[in-house]
Design a protein around this ligand. Structure first.
Ligand code: F6R
Length: 359
């Protein structure tokens, strides 16, 4: 039940620290070593390439997963939209392994791809929140997210759970393949820092309500910009804001704006800059200044190490590869308040259903 909450979306945002702790308890042993079925590891460690397929928010979690898998396992990883792959199956490497990310386990677009995968006898894994769901029954293997039921149509805790679970698998796989980055990785600590960091962000939610009220709710459009993992989060942040608030929002690779889209920036256009990538932090900062000088109202969401005076939201410290777990949370809250303060039904945006069982 919603308990004291007006909407499930906020309840589910608030549950994310618990989801991170649960992930650690379920999937890491007392020494912080990942507990992943040996069968899964045997199958996936034979792969020369990983193919992640999903839709919507789960696709965005896959984009973050790609960076994590490539860094910690060294296996090239491709991410695709299930709806685009079902009828135009991708060119494959010699030994592919498919990963399906699906909160509900029922998404028809993803299921079409899995059917093609099964026809070709390719091994597959479904990461899902729903035990016994269709995609979990039809894939070779399943790993459960354990995020607890997600009721709000807009996905929040399933996204962070999908990222954390991909991290668990990446660590197990990387260790099995002898990757030093995986052996040295203190994932237990990272998940604990994610839990604490998310808690700090949700404790400061009033600030996000104010930002949403001051900059977003009167606007017809908005942008999120970022590079690296921040770009992947920008796509998810934009989807979240547009789907619940009906403010047309685009997630953009920060440097791409100047290749065309910057012409949309006017006085007062909200642009949320995500700055956590150590390699490109200064460049993204530059891109955000470019839009400020064209009149944009910029909101900055910045990792502690890159923060400057005047930044709006400063995120607690975390490993860059896990930074999406924190960066997305202020964006979820901005979306929530923009929707609520416009008087909309946050949990049930128009035209949408929780699980999409049609193609
Ligand atoms: C957006 C959202 C959707 C789902 C998508 C896939 O907030 O919830 O974009 O992520 O429909 O659903 P699952 O993960 O159930 O396959």
């Amino acid at each position: 039940s919603k308990g004291a909450y007006e909407f499930y979306m906020l309840k589910e945002i608030d549950e994310q620290p618990g989801v991170m702790r649960h992930m650690s308890q379920n999937y890491l042993d007392d020494n912080g070593e990942p507990k992943v079925d040996q069968d899964i590891l045997d199958a996936i460690s034979k792969a020369d390439r990983l193919y992640i397929f999903a839709a919507g928010t789960s696709y965005h979690a896959g984009l973050v997963g790609k960076t994590i898998f490539e860094h910690y396992t060294g296996i090239p990883t491709e991410v695709g939209l299930a709806s685009e792959a079902g009828y135009h199956f991708p060119m494959m490497s010699k030994h592919p392994f498919f990963i399906f990310l699906t909160q509900s386990g029922e998404t028809a677009d993803s299921r079409v791809v899995l059917k093609e995968v099964n026809k070709r006898s390719i091994p597959s894994l479904t990461m899902t929140n729903v035990e016994g769901s269709t995609l979990s029954r039809e894939a070779t293997y399943t790993m459960l997210l354990g995020a607890g039921p997600e009721i709000a149509v807009a996905s929040t805790k399933a996204y962070t759970a999908q990222i954390a679970l991909q991290a668990v698998l990446a660590k197990a796989l990387g260790e099995k393949l002898g990757k030093q980055e995986a052996k040295d990785w203190n994932l237990r600590q990272d998940l604990a820092m994610a839990a604490e960091g998310i808690q700090q962000i949700v404790d400061g939610k009033e600030k996000l309500k104010k930002l949403a009220d001051d900059y977003l709710i009167k606007s017809r459009n908005a942008f999120y910009i970022g590079r690296g993992i921040d770009y992947a989060v920008a796509l998810e942040a934009a989807l979240k804001l547009k789907e619940v608030s009906y403010i047309q929002t685009e997630g953009f690779a920060a440097a791409e704006l100047k290749h065309g889209t910057i012409s949309l920036i006017e006085k007062g256009t909200p642009v949320v800059a995500l700055i956590n990538d150590p390699v490109t932090a200064d460049l993204t900062r530059g891109n955000s200044q470019e839009v400020v000088s064209r009149g944009a109202s910029v909101i900055t969401i910045v990792g502690k190490d890159f923060a400057r005076e005047g930044d709006d939201i400063v995120l607690p410290e975390i490993n860059y590869y896990m930074s999406a777990l924190l960066t997305v949370v202020p964006a979820q809250l901005l979306a929530y308040y923009a929707s609520k303060d416009k008087g909309l039904d946050v949990d049930k945006p128009r035209n949408l259903a929780k699980s999409v069982t049609v193609e």
